[in-house]
Design a protein around this ligand. Sequence first.
Ligand code: FAD
Length: 418
Amino acid sequence: MRYDSVIIGGGLSGLVCGLRLVQAGKRCAIISSGQSALHFSSGSFDLLSALPDGEAVTSPVEGVKVLAEQNEEHPYVKMGVERFAALAAEAVATLQGAGVEVEGDVAKNHYRLTPMGTLKPTWLTLSGYVRSESAEALPYKSVLLLNAEGFLDFYAQFISDELRKTGTTCRICNFNLPALEIIRNNPTEMRSANIARIFDNEQAVEALSQIISREAGECEAVLLPAFLGIERGDVLARLQERCGRTIRVVATLPPSVPGVRTQIALRKAFERAGGVYMLGDTALGFEESEGRITKIYTQNHGNIAIEADDFVLATGSYFSQGLVAKREGVVEPLFGSDVCQSESRGEWYERDLFTAQPFEKFGVRSDASLRILRGGKAVENLYVIGAGLAGFNPVKEGCGAGVSMLSAVYVSDNILKK
Ligand SMILES: Cc1cc2nc3c(=O)[nH]c(=O)nc-3n(C[C@H](O)[C@H](O)[C@H](O)COP(=O)(O)OP(=O)(O)OC[C@H]3O[C@@H](n4cnc5c(N)ncnc54)[C@H](O)[C@@H]3O)c2cc1C
């Protein structure tokens, strides 16, 4: 099997990179073991919410200039602070081209409502989620918080308590539907993805719209858990149209239904454009010659080699096993890439759980083009993108999805320039 480019890992970064390559006419395959971090997504994509010294960032495009003074190894700095806004714009265009509707501005973070009812800064939020331009309060003074009876991955009382503190009154109401009774027979089935499937059916949408119309009263907005349809993306719009009300969704605990929908939309767009997505396959080995990777081997294809001009490692961080912590050190298990990490195990973490953890910044070493270093030397046709990159803290700096998407755009450009 031969392609122009092969991407290993089919999460956010692999899909954005692959999509741009196929759209530019490259023959491209993505090999992906399984679920990605998108299945756990908050519904928002962070770009830059804080600097390494902890200072909050309100404008990512301004903040990145200061970031360059604090951490020259940060992927944004490597890719070029002057290219930051353009890369971000390309990432948004790629999402929207795949039918993933997002709202947000590279010049100003907005705030998303967390499942605990607090407001957190972010860059892009999937359309339909509740969001605010203010860090202090929602744009609504009164809301109805409507939950499905028996759905435990949504803490309505926490959200209500937090919203009250910010001046939004919140009424909680549980609803029931005949279709929910069936999955409620087994409480472990009451998960967001199963409930979402119920709303793929128009009858359930109609029944919910009647409940909303009956219960909403005088409230400014109705908030629901983000579990409205897996196959369908139009359920919220249908409900708003039928009820004539402002209705928004709030993130649940995982799985993230809108995150799964984003993954599906990106994958479909990639395949529509001619890409080959090999789900459930794992890259296990490779061959190299004269400083280049020539072939990779996967679990499902056995000794049938997959050849390409360029390879992109998009296997994520610890969560997706793109990085693995062993007794003797943190390793990148597929290519044995150089990994940036602390000298001794004792320096991997800080005892204060809430402080920035050194292990968060560990990752694959790369050169200015994001070509992977092995034994200190860049491999000519092997790139790294996404959560496996070294030099950033996605949690403390609020930049996880941003690094994934911007590095994907950057590397696809580098491959296309060749
Ligand atoms: C639980 C969780 C939730 C997050 N939520 C958010 C959020 O809400 N907002 C935000 O901005 N950031 C969030 N992040 C940060 C996150 O890292 C990025 O947003 C981004 O989604 C990561 O994408 P990725 O493609 O780099 O890696 P991943 O999504 O981790 O994808 C890597 C893929 O590679 C596959 N893989 C691994 N090894 C192999 C192999 N050998 N062969 C083939 N395939 C392989 C894995 O199965 C996986 O599908 C979250 C991170 C985690 C861990």
